[in-house]
Design a protein around this ligand. Sequence first.
Ligand code: SF4
Ligand code: SF4
Length: 351
Amino acid sequence: MDKDWAEMNKEMQVLLSKEATFTEGMEKLLALRESLFGQITQIVDTFPEEAFYQMPFAGADGYHSKTLAYSIWHIFRIEDIVAHEMIAQERQVLFDGGFSETVHSPIITTGNELSGDELAEFSKRLDIKQLYRYAREVMQSTDRLLTRLQYSDLKRRFGDEMIEKLRRTGCVSEDEKASWLIGYWCGKDVLGLIRMPFSRHWIMHIEAMRRIKNKLCKLARKGVDPVAYCGFSCNHCFLSAWCGSCRTAYNVCSFATASPDGKCPNAVCCREKGIDGCYACDSLEACEKGFYTPSNDGANAAKAQALYIRKHGKKEFLKAHDRLHEKYDFAKTQEILGQDYCEGLKILEDI
Ligand code: SF4
Ligand code: SF4
């Protein structure tokens, strides 16, 4: 489990277990949920549509065997049912917000019953932007519910009536892969439901989503030119575990994720100019776009690398990078190439 999330989850549980620290525990829970939801936002904002129905770990044992779309649907369907039908006893966001139509889901269940091709087909049908809107509304509604809870509410339990009510909603499939859920939820008190599904369930599925997206990026980079438009080497980049290269639809570099359209400005500019990379551009030295934004502390290191490519070619550049990594231990190239592109170029040429 991610170290920071595991730590927050543990602290939250300890704090919630005592009345004196209950409010602090709730704040920790909300902060954990916000951090986890940030991962979903980043994936939805930057990954191409096709990424949401791929199953790069199909057949594996674990949550990573599912799709990104399924993971989002499943996390928030479960939360919607538990938070609204069970704890708040009000209408689910899926129905109240009309999301069962806009998301284009063929099911209203949690999806536990789906597997293999069924799961991929289901994922393909979902409108991802609407699914994201649904997820966000469920999260916000649950957060409001959590802030209204008192310490004394944590011990509240659910009886046979709730089991019957949940069965009648048809939101949990009768398939044996899903039907156990109702008994599982109804066997817990409110505190137990906060642990699962409002926190730990998120962590498990979002970690699986990370594995899926990283694998998709790795597959996308296969056979693709490893020299980025800005002059970096994807082969040597510290972000390469979770970025699929600016030459593919899986570009998750820092400037792509920060751009409203999810595209790196240097990549967009090169494509518009019809050139192979910024190293082929006459405006390189004076350029202040994307990675070359003066406030970016890696701007001059990126330029130094692009200038090296212009002078010596990509093949020599990749070899120079190998030598740089053999000699120094570093993550970001500016740690070695510094803040002056002429000096950075000289370092690369002398290595
Ligand atoms: S951040 Fe840039 S250099 Fe790094 S892998 Fe992504 S596209 Fe390549
Ligand atoms: S103007 Fe800047 S971003 Fe565009 S191709 Fe030239 S160097 Fe790259």
